[in-house]
Design a protein around this ligand. Structure first.
Ligand SMILES: *[C@@H]1O[C@H](CO)[C@@H](O)[C@H](O)[C@H]1NC(C)=O
Ligand SMILES: *[C@@H]1O[C@H](CO)[C@@H](O)[C@H](O)[C@H]1NC(C)=O
Ligand SMILES: [Zn+2]
Length: 490
């Protein structure tokens, strides 16, 4: 009876400790399914939805794993013996456009994990990774439930065309008015998808007017990275091919079109990605329009900043859960205040909803006060983004430590093999309750549950250690005594 109770209670402690430990490693964002609508913002005069459409079409070319430095033109070509030669300065046509001011480039910072599926979601919804995301890169039922600019475009009757990877079709079922999508699992197959979609995008840009947003996702650079790494002649060939595709698209574009070329993430020196090293999170961006000359900021932007920017430029509501900040440099100067204002109201609306629905009180301190100037609004958005990025995507050391400490304590207690006294039963049940409280009240904002557990654990560890030391001493004393007795008898 006593030993069953002992095992039951200690097992509960150990299980809870494991849960707490694991909790420290989870991404904690929960999805909000609400969608933005035209009525959410005070529309620009004469408009029925937020801001008037600035371009007839946005052409979004996604070059998988296009690291920021692949786009940078070189004044002095690299020595062909150097490892960088294969991927730096290979995009010569793009380089000419940048030098003549017709195109502008910048750096986009992707949030880890830098895997394609997570990045596609971020690039369309403006959100950070959710905890169910990490494991389901290849899950077939991955439809995006949150608001996105693709959902908004379809909702407002604007056509979206997709060329490329069929992951997009499972993410956004029935949202594309036209698509040519291919299976992309075979990373040994470097070119077949790209070769199929390259003529299609050229034809669409040149001859069709029915789509407002055209998305083309090229995979060759990513597949070449996985197979050969960036420092390989095949990489140079693949980048030159992308260079031709981009310059041909620019030739075919109408004066009212906007081109955005982006990488979803970068790659390491061995061609891998997924982690959070500089080379993995720094992706490239290039923009071009014949209507306005755009000069992107020199400082890195966040990948999710693309989402409110495309939404407002295309006359769409910004997706409800977006945390990105508009890239004002892509708007005409007289629209900056309005774009930031609409973005700010949207982020605030999301933060208030999240704080209330998901019990995240810390957000209220940022949404309670009104920011009125553009600078203040940008600062507030950035504070909200930072707070949530830390809360959602970083490992929680406090949980990891409490989990580990609880495990050590339970194991030490088991080793003492002590009788389960009433005092111990009360102590261990109390511990289990505190552990459960820590698991259910995830915010534990003042840290009181954690402090109490840590104190209780410390007392118990000390007691177990004393008891173990005491027993060790008794055993060694006994053996000395018995050795003496044997010695005497001999
Ligand atoms: C752009 O859209 C406007 C209004 O929808 C239309 O009148 C114009 O012809 C379009 N321009 C081009 C070049 O497609
Ligand atoms: C969307 O595409 C269809 C057919 O592809 C076309 O009939 C329709 O006019 C397009 N809608 C817009 C808003 O251009
Ligand atoms: Zn990718």
């Amino acid at each position: 009876m006593g030993s069953t109770l002992r095992i039951a209670i200690v097992s509960a402690n150990i299980l809870l400790a494991l849960f707490i430990f694991q909790n420290g490693f989870l991404l904690k964002r929960q999805e909000i399914s609400a969608k933005s609508s035209c009525a959410d913002a005070h529309a620009q005069p004469g408009e029925t939805c937020w801001m008037s459409q600035q371009y007839n079409r946005t052409i979004l070319i996604l070059v998988d794993a296009l690291r920021y430095d692949f786009l940078i033109p070189l004044d002095n070509p690299k020595n062909s013996e150097s490892p960088e030669w294969f991927y730096q300065g290979q995009m010569k046509e793009v380089g000419k456009l940048i030098k003549s001011g017709k195109a502008s480039i910048g750096t986009l910072l992707a949030d880890p994990p830098t895997t394609t599926l997570q990045r596609l979601k971020a690039l369309t919804t403006g959100t950070l990774p959710t905890f169910i995301d990490a494991g389901d890169n290849f899950s077939p039922d991955a439809a995006v439930n949150e608001d996105s600019f693709i959902y908004q475009a379809a909702q407002l009757g604007k056509n979206v065309t997709l060329f490329g990877d069929d992951t997009w079709l499972s993410l956004f079922p029935n949202k594309f008015s036209k698509s040519a999508a291919y299976d992309s699992f075979d990373i040994n197959d470097l070119n077949s998808v790209d070769d199929k979609i390259a003529p299609k995008i050229e034809e669409e840009v040149k001859y069709s007017e029915s789509s407002s947003i055209i998305i083309a996702h090229f995979l060759g650079v990513d597949h070449c990275g996985h197979k050969f790494g960036p420092s390989h002649p095949v990489m140079a060939d693949t980048l030159r091919k992308m260079d031709r595709i981009i310059s041909k698209t620019i030739e075919s574009m109408k004066p009212t079109d906007l081109l955005i070329v982006i990488g979803d993430h970068g790659m390491t020196s061995t061609g891998d990605h997924g982690g959070e090293s500089d080379n993995e999170i720094r992706a490239g961006i290039l923009v071009h329009s014949k209507k306005h000359e755009i000069q992107l900021p020199k400082t890195p932007m966040h990948q999710i900043d693309i989402v409110p920017t495309i939404s407002l430029l295309m006359g769409l509501p910004i997706p409800f859960s977006n945390l990105g900040t508009v890239i004002v440099e892509m708007f005409q100067r007289d629209l900056w205040e309005m774009a930031v204002g609409m973005n700010y109201e949207q982020v605030k609306r999301f933060a208030e909803t999240y704080a209330t629905q998901k019990n995240f009180g810390e957000l209220h301190s940022h949404t309670a006060r009104d920011s009125n100037t553009m600078e203040e609004q940008i600062k507030t958005m950035s504070r909200i983004q930072t707070l949530l990025r830390v809360a959602w995507t970083q490992f929680d050391d406090a949980y990891i430590n409490v989990g580990l400490f609880s495990l050590i304590e339970a194991v030490l207690f088991l080793m003492t093999n002590e009788e389960m006294s009433v005092g111990w039963i009360i102590y261990r049940t109390g511990c289990a309750l505190l552990q459960a409280a820590l698991l259910t009240d995830k915010t534990d904002s003042d840290g009181s549950a954690r402090t109490m557990i840590l104190m209780a654990l410390a007392v118990s560890c000390l007691s177990s250690t004393i008891s173990l030391a005491h027993r060790a001493l008794r055993i060694s004393l006994n053996s000395i005594v018995s050795a003496r007795v044997i010695g005497k008898n001999a």
